[in-house]
Design a protein around this ligand. Structure first.
Ligand SMILES: O=C(O)CCC(=O)C(=O)O
Length: 290
């Protein structure tokens, strides 16, 4: 069991980042892509777009729809669409095998901090397209500062320098949480505190995953192509550890000690998210900026 080599696990532990190719199979990602293909089609029709571009593939269609009406991306994130295919993907065995190897435990929950990003060349829309240098720990409450959270960045198309892959700073996680300020794209590391470390270029093929420590700085680069750089970013951590967003639901995705605790009921997941999102968010922001 396990898709990562001992050398890859050791690299993650040293660098706080691992760009791993071939973690997932085509069949792992296909349902999520099909689910989003369906969602985009429905949304385009609801918006009454004149040209539906029905013949275009997944890595192109959204860009052409976005040009017509940026509202196509509203409500697209995973906790809003709540697609059954995405719910199932949270328990993807190939992904969780790798996470288990990195965390050394089969007792795992999915953090509520999870996104899909359809990054197009026009960055003027959603702020989450062009994310500035940050550490994921800066967007959680301090209750999660001792939680071993692993970010899994999962391209749904090949991520390249030209279509706006990430850049990541290796080894910097050892410095802990760096000071952040708030900027147009969200929490960002104060420029004077950004370490002078050469970045790793996060180009990775579909099927690969970039694993990151919660204190690993990373940012997104512009998409210079006419295609869509689709990706998921999900976070997993040992069961029982704080997520840093206690007002949002987290779910057991794997357990050897208590297999019945794994959330396999779509309706329960759907309802928990709907109820959490219907409540006002706490006054204390999740973004630790100064
Ligand atoms: O997908 C991107 O370009 C940025 C992702 C990111 O910042 C994150 O996963 O925390």
């Amino acid at each position: 069991m396990g898709r990562l080599t001992e050398a890859q696990i050791a690299q993650f532990k040293t660098d706080g980042v691992l760009v791993a190719e071939g973690v997932l199979d085509e069949a792992d990602l296909a349902p999520v892509i099909e689910g989003y293909t369906r969602w985009i089609d429905t949304k385009a029709r609801e918006l009454g777009l004149t040209d539906l571009h029905e013949g275009l593939p997944f890595d192109k269609r959204f860009a052409w729809l976005y040009v017509q009406n940026r509202a196509i991306e509203q409500g697209m994130d995973v906790m809003n669409t709540r697609l059954p295919e995405f719910f199932d993907f949270l328990r993807c065995q190939n992904l969780l095998d790798a996470v288990q190897q990195l965390l050394g435990t089969p007792e795992l929950i999915a953090s509520p901090i999870q996104h899909i990003r359809g990054k197009v060349t026009d960055q003027s829309g959603g702020s989450y397209f062009n994310v500035p240098w940050h550490q994921d720990a800066a967007v959680t409450w301090e209750e999660a500062d001792h939680s071993e959270i692993v970010t899994c960045w999962i391209p749904l198309v090949d991520a390249t320098v030209r279509n706006g892959c990430m850049e990541i700073l290796p080894g910097v996680w050892k410095q802990g949480l760096l000071p952040h300020t708030s900027g147009p794209g969200g929490a960002t590391i104060r420029p004077d505190a950004l370490p002078d470390t050469p970045p790793i270029i996060g180009a990775v093929k579909k099927g690969g995953v970039i694993f990151m420590h919660r204190c690993t700085p990373h940012h997104s680069t512009p998409n210079l192509t006419d295609t869509v750089r689709w990706s998921l970013d999900l976070r997993f951590q040992p069961t029982g550890t704080p997520t840093g967003r206690p007002w949002l639901p987290s779910f057991v995705v794997r357990s050897q000690a208590d297999p019945a605790s794994v959330e396999t009921d779509y309706a329960a997941w759907d309802t928990a998210w709907a109820e959490a999102l219907a409540k006002p968010a706490p006054q204390k922001s999740a973004h630790r900026t100064m």
